[in-house]
Design a protein around this ligand. Sequence first.
Ligand code: AMP
Length: 112
Amino acid sequence: MKDCVFCKIVAGEIPSGKVYEDGEMLVFRDIAPLAKIHLLCVPKEHFAYLTEADDRRAALLGKMLQKIAGKKDEWGLSEGYRLVINQGDNAGQTVKHLHIHVLGGEALPWEK
Ligand code: AMP
């Protein structure tokens, strides 16, 4: 989608710290990390909210969760990680392209 920063990253129009890519998803480093490891897992197809997830997109979200679980050691998340999906303004969603925050690499706030 025009003017979507994550669509531009998916299209290779803006550089990113890519850690994984396949035909349906991209995983890259957050530009302003909130933990030692802070990745963003995004579907390549643009949609903003979980309410837009039909069965096909829900299946893709499941694959994204499966991929994160499968790559946890490779990505430095062996000791645990936290997944966050911000939805809407009250949650502080700034990029309206659905994304899963993957946070870890250290004991996270409110666990220390
Ligand atoms: P949210 O507040 O859930 O919408 O999260 C958006 C996230 O995208 C924030 O953590 C930003 O730091 C991150 N972000 C914004 N632009 C970029 C970019 N060009 N490359 C990597 N991460 C970005």
